[in-house]
Design a protein around this ligand. Structure first.
Ligand code: SAM
Length: 284
């Protein structure tokens, strides 16, 4: 499923996904502005999703394993929740880039409110091609953003260029299982979902091939963790909350406005055919 065919930025598609009022309301109210899943270990409650999200950001900070004051790029920073958590909890200096101007504005506003402007900066940028000099960063992470990459190999090559030797890369996100492990009826559900959510990157790799893309870009993989068991409780909780509201919206044909709800319900239906991977890699 790996494809080396390039592509181009589909800003219209991303605006359609993230700009809809229903989608923005969903993220603001349900996810407290974070646009990612959560991490739940045995014995921990899955019902307060924002706690699971804070735990996932903690996992990311520990995998980055960088000393306080390190310069880190957040590739696809959304409203900057992850950046602020890493700045506040791990003392990192985060530069966030995002292609949606309203995300960049929101990230700046929320960082000012949290008095974290000195440790977080947000700019418009496409992470496939950024203006920073070679070796500008000690660490780079992508929290559920590579799935949007129109050319994942090119994005990884850019991350490699931007890291200093010894710099660390952490990629977290959902990845479909290889075609041989994906029954036709699940594929028929997955493809329209990926198209609706502008998840073009997720069509270019699968759980069997992403590691090869990372090493192909010049990284040494330190750990490839299948974290599906830790993500699944959030999928279950969101499904339990939103199954009925989504069914009602669907009945009235209003799902386009509410892609966040669609995401929670369809992810649940695909849960056994999606792996949640956390790759930790180093630039030699
Ligand atoms: C699922 S959201 C995750 C946001 C953030 N990482 C978080 O966890 O809250 C994906 C983000 O990636 C951004 N994005 C998608 N393609 C991008 C690109 N080529 N360059 C920079 N940002 C991109 C989107 O605009 C969106 O804000």
């Amino acid at each position: 499923m790996v494809s080396d065919i390039g592509g181009e930025l589909d800003l219209t598609g991303l605006r359609r996904v993230y700009g809809r009022p229903g989608h923005r309301l969903f993220y603001a109210l349900v996810c407290r502005n974070a646009r990612h899943w959560g991490w739940t270990e045995p014995g921990q409650s899955k019902w307060r999703c924002w706690r699971a999200q804070r735990r996932l950001e903690g996992v990311l900070g520990r995998k980055l394993a960088l000393k306080s004051g390190s310069r880190v790029l957040d590739a696809g920073s959304g409203s900057g929740v992850v950046a602020r958590q890493l700045a506040a909890r791990f003392g990192l200096r985060i530069t966030g880039v995002d292609v949606l101007d309203f995300h960049v504005r929101e990230a700046r506003r929320l960082s000012a409110l949290a008095a974290l402007e000195d440790r977080t900066d947000f700019f418009w940028g496409d992470y496939h091609e950024l203006d920073y000099p070679d070796g500008s960063f000690d660490g780079i992470y992508s929290m559920e953003t590579l799935c949007h990459a129109y050319d994942p190999a090119r994005a990884l090559a850019e991350f490699h260029r931007l890291l200093r030797p010894g710099g660390r890369l952490v990629l977290l996100g959902p990845v479909a299982l290889p075609p041989s492990e994906m029954p036709a009826e699940k594929r028929a559900l997955l493809d329209p979902y990926l198209d609706a959510m502008a998840l073009v990157g997720a069509k270019r790799y699968d759980s069997g091939s992403l590691g090869g893309l990372i090493t192909g870009a010049g990284f040494r993989i330190e750990e490839e963790l299948d974290a599906s068991a830790y993500y699944r409780p959030t999928t279950e909780a969101l499904y339990a909350y939103f199954r009925l509201p989504y069914a009602v919206l669907r009945r009235f044909g209003r799902t386009e406005q509410w892609l966040g709800l669609r995401s929670t319900v369809e992810m649940y239906q695909l849960r056994d055919h999606i792996a949640w991977l956390v790759h930790t890699a180093v630039k030699p």
